[in-house]
Design a binder for this molecule. Sequence first.
Ligand code: ATP
Length: 249
Amino acid sequence: LGANTAQVEVHPIIDSTNSELMRRIQNKVALESGTVVVAEMQQTGRGRRGRVWQSPFGANLYYSYFWRLDDGLQAAMGVSIAVGLAVYDAIKALYDIDIELKWPNDIYINKQKLAGVLVELDGQPQGPCQLVIGIGINLQMPQNTSEHIDQAWTDLSQHTTALDKNQLVASLTFYLEQRLADYQQDGLNSMYAQWNALNAFAGECVELNTGHRSWRGICEGIDQHGGIRIRQDGEVKSYYGGEISLRKA
Ligand code: ATP
């Protein structure tokens, strides 16, 4: 674990590890930065925009990390980029597997989804804010669950035989602390070029979708604030916002 880990709680079954920490925030329960909640199963695992994160018993890692940021909600915008890099660090260090990143919050191997990140926030535009950083990583997905996933997916067992969930929790927490400390110090300045080198859709035609509107362009990677740069008709524009979805066109 990292030097700043407050405690790691392990639940056999929970609705959602993110919901557990968000509830404590709403109920004003004192929480220390670095509190980790892990579960063996989630009954209502969540993705973005109300989507389901399949969370069968025992098979995968369901992990949430509580973190306080002093600089307000605006500063929290790029956090999922830093978190994606922490997942990269942890998996690379333990298994020497090269993962790819999809803006803003997904982790792939060979264009198949391995893990998802869901960052939830509580706070004001200015002043301190509280973040719950949820990370779901597939270790060994049962076949009957995988049938409910409507996009290409993978799990770590297809790429390594050396799986140890406790080790993964420790490694993930260690690298998360490092990446979040860097982020707090210097935003994404020292990270965005590395993220771009891992971009799963670099130079490819992609479709962005807000739920109300969609548009296409070439994916040029992220800027130093974590926005995605899309080339359309010879012009490159950055787009921000956790509710935009990016898919291969
Ligand atoms: P978009 O591609 O639109 O940005 P997303 O892939 O980021 O969406 P999330 O909200 O992060 O979507 O995750 C939910 C989606 O991920 C589900 O709709 C499903 O397609 C897929 N999914 C659900 N559970 C798993 C899982 N355990 N492993 C891999 N993919 C999953």
